[in-house]
Design a binder for this molecule. Sequence first.
Ligand code: SF4
Length: 283
Amino acid sequence: MIGPGGWDAAAVRRSAAAARDLAGLDARITGCRACPRLVEWREQVARDRRAAYRDQEYWGRPVPGFGPADARICVVGLAPAAHGANRTGRMFTGDRSGEWLYAALHRAGLASRAASVGVDDGLRLHGVRITAAVRCAPPANRPTPAERDTCRGWLDRELALLAPTLRVFLVLGAFGWTALWAALRAAGHPVPVAVPAFGHGVEVAVDGLGVHVLASYHVSQQNTFTGRLTAPMLDAVLARAVALAARHDPDGPDGSDGPDSSDSSDSSDSSDSSDSSDGVDGR
Ligand code: SF4
């Protein structure tokens, strides 16, 4: 798969590898054109626009991660929504999914405000970075496996740059779950041979890496409108992420618990391995 301008998966990896820091990586991501189908879709959506946003200029490009470079928690979603992040240029910003996520992050003490409106709204995240498996809005919120694998070059590098402080991954939805485990495996980390089954509340300690991987149902409208994911459910998994991150924090409430902490692992919850799609920031 070769995109406009000759971009392909190898070019993504070369460009990502050359990024010395997250700011540099983010800048490189926004210029990526490796996936022809997604490039065409994101730009078409930006040209056509939804009636409600007709007077706005859409971002229409890949969306970089959002949050500080020394984050201890990384939230991994699926992909930008056509009229959400693809419009505003910030992950989970401009749609109902984002309203849910940022409100929960604020309740957890991880966001300075309860709403993310746009890139210039002054919102700050504390100790958490939000990223996605795929950086461009896909038609019907469904990236292909090839697009996911091509975009993983960016995710791999982002995780490597975050590694010195990162202690907890919180993955929203099964698509991101699969992508994250592939990224960890590709980086040579000692992850389970079989990808642990996805399910809300699943928690896996990656021995030797000093991180925990948590799973949550995606904050999609299909999940939140139906009550499959409730605010208390999301609050609980975020609270767990905060607690685990603090356990590894030498300045935290339990600073004696270092990276080799052997918190119990539970990858057995396979109650639901499906994702739901609702057209907003993936599943
Ligand atoms: S999905 Fe990722 S790899 Fe594909 S064009 Fe967008 S940023 Fe590039």
